[in-house]
Write a protein that binds this ligand. Structure first.
Ligand code: 3H9
Length: 675
């Protein structure tokens, strides 16, 4: 097998070059090649310095994550980094693209670092439930200082080259297009200075920064194991001799890599990328060109959807029925952008550039030049059909007609046009300019290139898109339904809103079902007839308990929106319970899990079986990015696999639920949704 690593001699400098597409992951062959390259340099007396660089789009983006579940192959990355550091000839890392994880650790093994201005360096292992396991937690505090080290390791956020220069993580900036040449020149300069092993440097900075950082971020890290392990390792660097620190880091790394959380987070890393792949699309299918997007409806949803495109530099025509609604909608969009600018997330000129791409109008006919039109009006099939019928007459041939419906039948909507092949669903999640998830709904007649275009566009606007089939609520909302239903029944049987919510929050959700209802509005979907009271929600809505916006819902709220259990709500629940002839009983936390979360898995199994999701990992992606399912539990289907599907089935059967055949099969064969 040819090595992905080659060497090039430039008089007295040996350049070691890795070319391992797509991201130069440090797989076994690369590690063997790096090790051999250093040995070659040491064995040759005429070589005085070494440069390590990569071909292709990036410097090493880290260890090869696919190797983590395979038997180890020598030399391991920590050994390779040690070998580089031990070189008696100066070794220079020449960085472009992203030096991440093990890639960043390779640069720390090198004695000097030079990078192009666009390069980024980081230790994102924490996002995979890990820590830098090749000496990163011990070398970073010595090279870049404690403060930067703890921040980089525990958050995984990379730093740009300019910042890296400021904190001493790199020594010099190269020209954007002259890295190879500049690195060799830099290497020659460093010959006189000789090697500068990171392990010999004193740890820089104030140890107190570690505790301060941990305190400020405690909430953000709730439930996660890896951030604390990263923090502990950086702290160890401040008190242990280097070798002992390395041993401590190794021990912590192995603990994490054997754990469920890291397996879950690595699963999501690949799941997110897998979700972009569409089954049954021929390799020669090409996406359509999208220069202008039309959005119908300038309400919260339409405005949020439009902002995604404007921010990505795509022109948008937004249509409303009345001038005041149009002005209000576009005004809110501007205000949102200005708020981002005030927080330093955008420059004022970027606000103007985005708003400059927006064309507000009252005339549907103005959508004639749009390549994609997204309808975001309220959920009513007749209204949607009427709009799509009109679009069919107005829009140019080949334009994609999308609906942002959360529940309705895309095939029925498509049938109101003469071009069902151009119709699909693009279900954004609220707030649409913030939430990462997009369900792209594939109708029975949706053309492959239309689907591919929507998926590609999603990536362009920074969304994680998942293909869903046509069914009530698609993937996410369909699974939400049994959860919400059971949560309500649990109240009638004796649980309180606070108990159900606590169980969900302790599980790792950002909030429980009743906190969510209060935030979204208890009146959503209410028929607005105070005399018609069919369930607890109707009763709450009828007495003005609409949630946070009216200061009361399932909970009472103070002026700072702090919730407290409500006597009135409890009375309403008790009345309903009595009317239904139920005797209240003690409900265990485990029962809440079984009835609200196991039921979701059951529905997920049905969705898979019916082909409404392409794969189990797509369902996991939907729940992580659309509903805040804790990433360290890997999404509902991955979680079911780790719980054991036999346990899930037993839990469901206890409460008399019908079991989805796929779930039953997996339970019987000890199988998994995710392989
Ligand atoms: C580590 O380093 C541990 C060490 O500390 C300790 C060791 C002892 N391995 O994201 P993209 C694949 S842990 C294997 O679409 P982009 C990816 O799956 C690692 N494969 O590109 C995809 O495959 P496919 C720490 C990897 O341009 C393809 O490459 N490092 C790896 O949007 C393209 O990826 C990280 O966590 C990998 N390390 O973004 C960095 N990385 O085409 C992880 C990518 O089959 N990587 N692939 O779907 C990234 O963040 C992004 O890939 C990157 C490029 C920013 C580099």
């Amino acid at each position: 097998m040819t090595s992905p690593v080659t060497t090039e001699r430039h008089d007295d400098v040996l350049v070691i070059i890795s070319n391992n597409p797509p991201v130069n992951a440090l797989g076994a062959n690369v590690r063997i090649g790096l090790d051999a390259g250093i040995r070659e340099a040491l064995a040759d007396e005429s070589i005085k310095a070494v440069v390590i660089r990569c071909d292709g789009r990036t410097f090493f983006a880290g260890a090869d994550i696919t190797e983590f579940t395979k038997p180890p192959v020598e030399p391991g990355l920590p050994d390779v980094v040690n070998t580089i550091e031990a070189s008696t000839k100066p070794v220079i890392a020449a960085i472009h693209g992203t030096a991440l994880g093990g890639g960043c650790e390779v640069t720390l093994g090198c004695h000097y670092r030079i990078a192009v201005p666009s390069a980024k360096m980081g230790t994102p292992e924490v996002k995979l439930g890990l820590l830098p396991g090749a000496g990163g937690t011990q070398r970073l505090p010595r090279v870049a200082g404690i403060e930067a080290a703890v921040e980089m390791c525990a958050t995984g956020t990379p730093v740009g080259a300019k910042k890296a220069l400021e904190i001493g993580l790199i020594d010099r900036l190269a020209g954007e297009d002259s890295l190879a040449k500049d690195a060799i020149a830099f290497a020659r300069e460093m010959i006189a200075k000789g090697p500068r092993p990171s392990r010999n440097l004193p740890v820089k900075g104030d140890v107190a920064a570690i505790a301060a950082f941990a305190k400020v971020n405690a909430r953000k890290f709730r439930g996660f194991e890896a951030p604390a392990a990263n923090i502990t390792c950086v702290e160890a660097a401040t008190r242990l001799p280097f070798e002992e620190g390395l041993a401590f880091e190794r021990e912590q790394f192995f603990k994490l890599i054997m754990g469920v959380q890291s397996a879950a987070q690595r699963h999501i890393f690949f799941a997110e990328r897998q979700a972009q792949k569409i089954d049954g699309i021929a390799p020669d299918v090409k996406p359509r060109t999208i220069n202008r997007v039309g959005v119908i409806g300038a309400g919260t949803m339409g405005g949020g959807i439009s902002m995604n495109f404007l921010s990505a530099g795509v022109a948008v025509t937004i249509v409303e029925m009345k001038q005041d609604a149009l002005d209000k909608g576009t005004g809110i969009m501007r205000k949102n952008y200005e708020a981002s600018a005030a927080k330093g997330r955008m420059k004022p000129e970027q606000v103007e550039a985005a708003m400059g791409l927006l064309k507000p109008t009252l005339a549907l006919e103005e959508l004639a030049d749009c390549d994609l039109i997204i309808e975001a009006v309220y959920e009513n099939m007749d209204v949607k059909k009427e709009i799509f019928g009109k679009l069919d007459k107005i829009c140019k041939p080949g334009a994609i007609l999308a609906s942002n419906t959360s529940y309705l039948n895309i095939d029925e909507i498509a049938a109101s046009t003469s071009r069902p092949q151009d119709v699909l669903g693009m279900h954004f999640f609220s707030p649409a300019n913030v939430m990462k998830l997009l369900e792209v709904v594939r109708g029975a007649k949706t053309a492959p290139d239309a689907l591919m275009t929507a998926m590609g566009l999603a990536k362009k606007i920074g969304k994680v898109a998942v293909v869903a089939g046509v069914c009530h609520g698609f993937i996410g909302n369909r699974m939400l339904e049994p959860r919400q239903m059971e949560a309500m029944k649990l109240l009638m049987e004796g649980a309180t809103p606070a108990q159900v919510d606590r169980v969900h929050v302790e599980f790792g959700m950002p909030m429980g079902p009743f906190q969510m209802a209060d935030l979204a509005g208890v009146d959503i979907g209410w028929h607005r007839d105070p005399t018609r009271i069919e369930n607890i929600r109707d009763a709450l809505a009828a007495v003005g308990r609409w949630g946070q916006k009216t200061g009361k819902g399932f909970y009472d709220y103070d002026e700072k929106r702090n919730p407290t259990p409500s006597v009135e709500t409890q009375q309403i629940i008790d009345d309903f319970s009595a009317k239904a002839g139920l005797t209240k009983r003690e409900i265990s936390d485990q029962e809440i899990i079984e009835r609200t979360l196991y039921t979701m898995v059951n529905e997920g199994a049905r969705i898979l079986e019916e082909g409404m999701a392409q794969r189990a990992s797509d369902i996991d992606v939907v729940w992580i990015y659309g509903y805040g399912w804790p990433v360290y539990r890997g999404g509902p289907m991955f979680w079911a696999d780790t719980e054991g599907n036999d346990k899930i089935v037993a839990g469901l059967e206890k409460h008399g639920f019908a079991i989805a055949p796929l779930l039953k099969r997996l339970a019987e064969t000890k199988g998994r949704f995710n392989r």
